[in-house]
Design a protein around this ligand. Structure first.
Ligand SMILES: Nc1ncnc2c1ncn2[C@@H]1O[C@H](COP(=O)(O)OP(=O)(O)OP(=O)(O)O)[C@@H](O)[C@H]1O
Ligand SMILES: [Mg+2]
Length: 311
């Protein structure tokens, strides 16, 4: 449904994105994850035909976003970073207006307005003035206008930014429900959000794709290292030193947790490592109270990926 090939965009001589390539299958929800200035909005603007790339190509349902811009845009619904709402219109008249802009006839507009108002839970605000809607409801209206013309592809630029926690949960559910029917690309720098909503994540950093994977697979990719939580009864400094001296251990930190000393061990991932750590503790005559492998959160992975890139 979406094919992006070596997309590059220069602002002057500054490359905002370079060689960005990815695909998205029909019905898939794809997350763009990256810190500020990573190039998320730039990529989305190119996909939606807002501006051309410097080089590379992007296709929506087979239509090139530059050479067949109109065909491509017909198939896209776009929620930009700042939703362009007309604050003096009612929700109803705004949606009708957006439908007209997209070339829908009045019958289609009536039918779809009813649909999207229901999908986005805007029923109670149908006749409200847009300017009086709360931020979360404006965001929903932004999504409603994006899906009005039944596009195959939805591009949502930070759809949950600035929304209160309760509305965020609902908005995420709303977006999740749009997958399957639509192919969705959403950008965020909220890490748990991608795990919650997306089937696949593209991590962008300084304009480059540094990882593409399923959220849970990203964790496995850092398989080379493992984190182990260890609780030992023994002299703290000596315990830490003894574990640090085990070959394959990269780092040991410790802190107190409810009156107990807990060691945080980063080491090469293998069955052996855990056995060796246990053996070391026991051989010193200390008591091993807990030894537990911890899965790394996407957040840590993200930090690691970006740190590795910068190094
Ligand atoms: N119109 C522009 N002119 C010059 N530079 C720009 C322009 N738009 C964006 N940039 C630069 O391109 C880079 C990528 O910006 P972009 O807006 O795509 O990032 P982003 O990932 O969307 O960030 P954020 O999370 O802050 O929204 C940044 O360094 C930014 O300063
Ligand atoms: Mg942005």
């Amino acid at each position: 449904m979406i094919e992006v090939d070596h997309l590059t965009k220069y602002y002057g001589d500054f490359p905002a994105i370079s060689n960005v390539s990815f695909t998205a299958a029909k019905g898939e929800i794809l997350g763009f994850l990256g810190p500020n200035a990573a190039g998320k909005t730039t990529t989305m603007r190119i996909l939606t035909g807002f501006m051309p790339p410097t080089s590379g190509t992007a296709r929506i349902a087979g239509h090139d976003v530059v050479t067949e811009s109109l065909e491509a845009r017909k198939r896209i619904g776009y929620l930009p970073e700042t939703v362009p709402l007309y604050t003096d219109m009612t929700v109803k008249s705004y949606l009708a207006f957006m439908g007209t802009l997209r070339g829908m006839d009045s019958k289609a507009i009536r039918r779809r307005t009813g649909d999207v108002v229901q999908i986005c839970h805007l029923e109670d605000y149908y006749n409200s003035i847009v300017g009086k809607l709360s931020k979360g409801f404006r965001q929903r209206l932004g999504i409603a206008q994006a899906i009005l013309h039944e596009p195959d592809v939805l591009v949502l630029d930070e759809p949950t930014i600035g929304i209160d926690p309760i509305q965020v949960v609902e908005t995420r559910q709303l977006i999740k429900g749009l997958g399957g029917e639509h192919t969705v690309i959403l950008s965020t720098h909220i890490l748990p959000e991608v795990s919650m909503i997306c089937q696949r994540v593209i991590i962008l950093h300084e304009g480059e794709v540094i990882a593409v994977d399923r959220p849970e697979r990203l964790a496995e990719r850092l398989e080379a290292t493992e984190r182990i939580l260890l609780e030992v009864r023994g002299p703290t400094n000596q315990v830490a030193k003894a574990i640090r001296d085990i070959s394959g251990v990269q780092d040991v930190t410790y802190g107190e947790e409810g009156g107990k000393v807990v060691y945080n061990v980063t080491c090469r991932r293998s069955e052996d490592m855990r056995a060796q750590i246990a053996r070391t503790v026991v051989e010193h005559g200390w008591q091993l109270m807990r030894l537990e492998s911890v899965t790394m959160s996407l957040e840590e992975i993200f930090l690691r990926l970006t740190a590795a890139e910068g190094a």
